[in-house]
Ligand binder design. Sequence first.
Ligand SMILES: N[C@@H](CCC(=O)N[C@@H](CS)C(=O)NCC(=O)O)C(=O)O
Length: 302
Amino acid sequence: MNTGLAGFSAADSEGKWSGLDVDICRAIAAAMLGDANKVKWVPLNAQQRFTALQSGEIDILSRNTTWTLTRDASLGLNFTATTYYDGQGFMIPTKLNVKSAKQLKGATVCVQSGTTTEKNLTDYSRANKLDLKPIVFEKLEAATGAYFSGRCSAYTTDASGLASTRNKEAQNPKDHMILPELISKEPLGPVVRRGDDEFFAIAKWVIFGLVESEEYGITQANVEQLAKTSKDPVVMRILGTSEDTGKLLGLDKDWMGRAIKAVGNYGEIFERNVGPNSALNLPRGVNALWSEGGIMYAPPVR
Ligand SMILES: N[C@@H](CCC(=O)N[C@@H](CS)C(=O)NCC(=O)O)C(=O)O
């Protein structure tokens, strides 16, 4: 998990974890182990995350991690599926009165190392002849702390991270604005170890099942009822009341039903943790279902 990115993965004062990345793990635990609480949460910063997965300290990395060719092909890991389509943005003090990242010529920008963010910033600066001056920090708190104390004119990370940091760390969130440009593609999703093929398949299909459940209207509230009464062939397959899809994954037929009962479908997970009614207030945007104008699309559970 992240060391603390409210809305995605963060622990409260009692050590209770919540967030979109957390709920994905809870869903997998419910499907696979029969209990959403059977997860040991390990907070990792940007630098530590891949080594922890490679070494076997953790089994799944569910932490705002961008799927790129380099990571997928060279780390001995497998990206499961995208759970949040993001892009890199900039946060600036509102009083700077800047309206576009293109106006940041020569500006200092706080950024965390070990991220795609650092490289995108250099590329964007060069491509747009902006001569941006990155100030690089290993730790998130150091990067955001430097920005909030005025050491940098801007802070850059994934737009979701900007929203989370502004909401949680800014003394007055209104004093900071997030510029409209997204300078990269950051498809975020969980990662497992190469060679852990059965687990890879389970993780992928639980995520796809959560998305398809939204598409077919299966919710945390109605899942039990639908399991008893639905005659919709897709719903019946997802809930294991016709074919037993779970068996093919080494699970039982109620695998997806349990996941949905634990955390709800993808839309419910999004709404609760990061959506317009949550503290983060992120629009559903491209993360809407493909059938609703977004790009969230899951292969069929069949
Ligand atoms: N999605 C990007 C950025 C991920 C990332 O680590 N972002 C930072 C800034 S929001 C973060 O989460 N830091 C928390 C930490 O390292 O503890 C990536 O995969 O490289």
